[in-house]
Design a protein around this ligand. Structure first.
Ligand code: NAD
Length: 259
């Protein structure tokens, strides 16, 4: 379905991004991976995709740096062709009450979780418009729709990311381009494992107990969404069946925001 399409998934060396990159590659896209981590492990991921006959590349661009973001897009355009599918997924978390929230953490979260999507999007739009086809998917969160204490920067950035998707959707409505946000609830990735570990330590309970506690606090459905499920939704948003789905924010959250 995505054969011949060129895709970039930011923050795809782990978790949800890796799930999306694998799903897009499985459906034929030529995917550029991006993100941090152990270089040998990243090389293994790219090799694994290639061994399954999927085309893929990798860029270590830091999503907090506009110059590196521009380079990521320019390199992908040069090496793989004009970008058809852009998934803005890279994200970090920091939990603290506002009065104790380090300014440096605020700036980093806003840069990586929100501003990066502005920089990537503006760099790919001209090509998408010229080719009259494009899919832009912002990985927001339930925290783009509702708030939780301690997550000021994350909640502000994710609300912004949904707002950005809506603006891009309107501006590109008649250019063959769609722009949507996906809003996962809990997905068991390193980003959430850290929060579970912090909870377990703070409450003096086991990791398993802290995990159940985390789910019970927010989600009626007491199970995690998987990166593969988010990947499948991203693929669906790329399908012609979803050609008029634009400006939407899709909860995948076990009923979290239904309450
Ligand atoms: P993760 O920590 O497993 O993956 C984050 C990815 O982003 C990694 O590949 C990491 O290397 C990359 N990254 C971090 N900083 C970067 C930077 N400066 N430049 C480039 N890459 C960078 O986390 P995840 O849970 O898979 O999160 C992916 C996205 O999904 C994030 O935007 C997150 O906010 C969102 N999300 C996650 C959950 C969840 O429950 N896990 C829920 C809702 C939304």
């Amino acid at each position: 379905m995505l054969k011949g399409k060129v895709a970039i998934v930011t923050g795809s060396t782990s978790g949800i991004g890796l799930g999306i990159a694998t799903a897009l590659a499985t459906h034929g896209a030529d995917v550029t991976l991006n993100g941090f981590g152990d270089r040998a492990a990243i090389d293994r991921i790219a090799k694994d995709l290639r061994e399954r006959h999927f085309r893929s590349g990798y860029s270590p661009a830091d999503m907090s740096r506009p110059d590196e973001i521009r380079q990521l897009i320019a390199d992908a355009q040069r090496l793989r062709g004009p970008v058809d599918v852009l998934v803005n997924n890279a994200g970090i978390q920091h939990v603290a009450p506002v009065e104790q929230f380090a300014e440096e953490r605020w700036n980093a979260i806003l840069a990586i979780n929100l501003s990066a999507a502005f920089h990537t999007t503006r760099a790919v739009l001209l090509d998408m418009k010229q080719r009259h086809w494009g899919r832009i998917i912002n990985i927001a969160s339930t925290h783009g729709l509702v708030a939780s204490a301690g997550k000021a920067a994350y909640v502000a950035a994710k609300h912004g990311l949904i707002g950005l998707a809506k603006v891009i959707a309107i501006e590109t409505a008649n250019d063959g381009i769609t722009c949507n946000a996906i809003c996962p609830g809990w997905v068991l990735t390193p980003l959430v494992q850290q929060q579970i570990a912090d909870r377990a330590k703070h409450a003096g309970v086991s990791i398993e107990a802290a995990q159940q506690d985390l789910l019970r606090e927010k989600q009626p459905m007491l199970q995690f969404t998987t990166p593969e499920q988010i990947g499948a939704l991203a693929v669906m948003l790329c399908d012609d069946a979803a050609a008029t789905v634009t400006g939407a924010a899709w909860p995948v959250d076990g009923g979290w925001t239904a309450q």
